[in-house]
Write a protein that binds this ligand. Structure first.
Ligand code: KE4
Length: 429
């Protein structure tokens, strides 16, 4: 199918004259996959339509939030009703405690939560809180994990053991990342070495318990338990960044799936139902350090925004009362991943895949992907060809080899069959 692109091309040109790269988030510019980004005008269920009226089966789902599918009736109704009463007050509203209640109910370790407007704000604040609580400076993150664009977290994916943070972005002075250690994911000895080397100095370890940002990579058996044991032993806080996995893998996220109790949890995406919401939470003993109660400052004009609270509430209430969704997502995702792998095999294309529930990634390579060093071996050119082929055949995958794709509750068996057929066509191009 040759996709019509005239309108999107015009819109891209216009956008580029006023917005860097024509996008408000870099990955949307298709830099790593090539081709011309479609400008989306509407979505419904599992489908998106662009400005040239091309229809797509959507596996981005706005990078995770749209677990109920696009324009889910409960969510649309909730936002519309809230909007009729004004869109923002900058004052407390009942909906904030309503959302706090349902979020806290999902995470046993959580007694208090603070809402912000993005995942970046959530992780940035959680790290500041961990440093305030422990009075320590160093933080540990893992290569290939992404926690938003706060300066302290923008470190280059170093190699080897406790790599002192080398800024991964222009404009980040090395002083801002000198206390950030970037270690290999799924490598317990690297963490032990870091705590050996920086004994008593590490405030926290922040981890994507199931990684989405190097492509989907699951924790090796026992790895999360080791993170929990070591951080507890060393007096450092364990922060589960569940911005992507929270309410995605199960209602209680990765910590429910793997039975781990972190000290702090960061959230985003699904808790806003597609509107800007982030959050961080944990026991009162830690959270009561947050202003105005305590000395750790964090604030936000639109934190707890009534429309965002309404969208998040509608989404989480639906998930809470339809827990069967998670099994349905798991089964359908398994079918899709297997079907694409079979298509690749039949076409003689080297492909491996990782999947946890309804988060998954096909890597264009053979062998296991268990950390950044293995993930970066993937053939990104082959991924780009596949991506563009699928787009031309009406399937919208995340435009990067190093991202997770998502299934929504609106996707059907027939969507999966159409997607697998599109893959067979793409491989035969
Ligand atoms: P935001 O600031 O983009 O809301 O959240 C940052 C963030 C934090 N933690 C995790 C685990 C995340 O995945 C993210 C953001 N995810 C990316 C996609 N992998 C957002 C897409 C984009 O940057 O455009």
């Amino acid at each position: 199918m040759t996709r019509k692109v005239e309108q999107s091309r015009k819109l891209q040109k216009r956008a580029e004259s006023m917005i860097p790269g024509g996008v408000n988030s870099p990955v949307r510019a298709f830099g790593s996959v090539g081709g011309e980004p479609p400008f989306i005008v509407r979505g419904k269920g599992s489908r998106l339509w662009d400005a040239d009226d091309n229809e797509y089966i959507d596996y981005i789902g706005s990078w995770g939030p749209m677990i109920l599918g696009h324009a889910a009736p409960d969510v649309v109704e909730a936002i519309t009703a809230a909007a009729r009463n004004s869109s923002s007050f900058g004052a407390s509203t009942p909906a904030e405690a309503d959302l706090a209640e349902i979020v806290i109910s999902a995470f046993p370790h959580m007694e208090k939560v603070r809402f912000v407007s993005s995942g970046t704000e959530a992780t940035m604040s959680a790290i500041r809180l961990a440093r305030a609580y422990t009075k320590r400076k160093y933080i540990v993150k893992f290569e290939g994990c992404y926690h938003g664009h706060a300066d302290v977290l923008l470190v280059k994916a170093g190699s080897g053991v406790a790599t002192l943070g080398i800024p991964g972005s222009a404009g980040v002075p090395e002083e801002f990342t000198q206390f950030t250690l970037a270690l290999r994911f799924n490598d317990v000895s690297a963490l032990e070495d870091a705590f050996q080397k920086f004994q008593g100095k590490i405030a926290c370890v922040i981890v994507e318990p199931v990684v989405g940002n190097m492509g989907c990579v699951s924790p090796a058996p026992g790895y999360l338990e080791a993170l929990r044991t070591i951080t507890k032993r060393e007096g450092a806080l364990l922060i589960f960044d569940e911005v992507m996995t929270g309410f995605r893998l199960t209602f209680g996220g990765a910590q429910e799936l793997y039975g781990i109790r972190p000290d702090l949890t960061t959230m985003g995406k699904i808790i806003g139902g597609g509107l800007p919401v982030g959050g961080y939470g944990g026991p009162s003993e830690i959270m009561d350090l947050v202003a105005p109660l305590g000395p750790m400052y964090q604030a936000g004009t639109l934190s707890g925004n009534p429309l965002a609270m309404a969208a998040g509430l509608a989404t989480l209430r639906y998930l809470r009362s339809h827990r069967e969704i998670y099994k349905q997502l798991d089964t359908l995702s398994a079918k899709l991943v297997a079907g694409i792998l079979a298509a690749a095999k039949d076409a003689g294309v080297a492909m491996t895949a990782n999947r946890v529930g309804s988060m998954f990634t096909w890597f264009f390579m053979s062998g296991e992907v268990r950390d950044w060093d293995t993930a970066e071996k993937a053939d990104t050119k082959a991924f780009g060809n596949f991506f563009r082929g699928m787009l031309d055949n009406g399937v919208y995958l995340p435009p990067s080899q190093f991202e997770a794709a998502f299934m929504s509750a609106a996707h059907t068996e027939s969507d999966v069959e159409v997607t697998i057929a599109a893959a067979r066509k793409s491989f035969s191009r």
